[in-house]
Design a protein around this ligand. Sequence first.
Ligand SMILES: [Zn+2]
Ligand SMILES: [Zn+2]
Length: 411
Amino acid sequence: MFNMEFDAKPVLKKSYKTFISQLNAWDRDGTTPMLASEDMRFALELQRQHWKNLGLDVHQQIKNIKSGSKEIPSVNYSDRIFINHIVGTSKMRTTKISRQGQEIYDQTDEVGTNVVIQQLKEDTQPSPDMALSCPHCGAPTTLAQIESGCPFCGTGFIMDELYPKVTNAFFEVHPDADGKGSRRSLILLMGSGVLLMLIYYLINYLWFSTANDSLIGVIIAGLIIGFMVWVLTRFLGTLARMGKDMRGAGKVGKSLRFRNKIRAIDPEFSSEHFRDRAMNLFRIAAFSEDATRYTSCSCQRPASWDPVIDATLQNFGVNRYSIKGNDCTVDLTLYMDCLIYRKGKIKSRAQNYDLVLHKKITQPTDLGFSIKAVSCPSCSGSFDAEQVRYCPHCGNEYDLSKYDWVLTDIR
Ligand SMILES: [Zn+2]
Ligand SMILES: [Zn+2]
């Protein structure tokens, strides 16, 4: 199921607004964003720890655009119980990075901010033994338990407090949205044009004493040259940006074939959900010091990588896939815009990363599945499968790849 909505419902808009202010509070003083799912909180914590390990102090604040922000048409996809909405507007985001008290990066961009909001479908009631994380302490528990009070922290929640929740967020940078950079380069190029023409005039005058051209004419020629070079760089810049936006476009056919093949065994498969999962696995590999500590990763990022500070997905494309019975392996590329830390400097770069994901498809996609709180198929006890492979209640091995995609290789 895939739909476009041109106007998000008020309840979604409200969640979106609240979540943005919670992200700002998380950045300011580390207050846990209450609307974020446990998986998302985990990714945020990992990223912050990664910055700390690199000795960097990173701050990102999101503000409204003064002239009013454009709404991005929202998309939704659903399974039997949940519906996921992608809600977004454009915002201004400032990233400041310092090292040992010295600022090494300060950048403000207009960003298309997209947030994935999960709601219960109308007229559906999830089963009372559905596993979920306590929004207060994060402990793995069940719906029935949390409604009567979390067994770990005692906090009780009603359904309205559990949903909607935010399962993912994406920020897409709009380059030079205010045109300031472009105006600056126009002034610079016209100035350089005039300067070059004046030097040319002086050389002629001093060496050859043949200054027949009028000074005004020389200045105007300089301005025209500068302007023409500016038009050329704008044109080349647009071409380069188009090239960047088109990354992965050649793989659309293969990605669609993959989706159709996999839908034959999992009718609930959604490309958006798969993309979100691939991105989450990338975050674990890129931001943790040893990704193999977590059950969802059986590999580590190559030691040759420059540390990734932040990553925004532009596109993804399937390179190869194999489906043997229920065993599915996909080799895919994530096309991203990243902040990279290299030789004491922060660089903004277009980067591609190749991932191999694996899943045993035994049942349809479950949008409510969270690795931080799973239900044991043997004893139905709930636990955090990100940290342990064996059920702490009955000791049976939990095969995560039957329920979600796992990362087997990253390059
Ligand atoms: Zn709790
Ligand atoms: Zn068990």
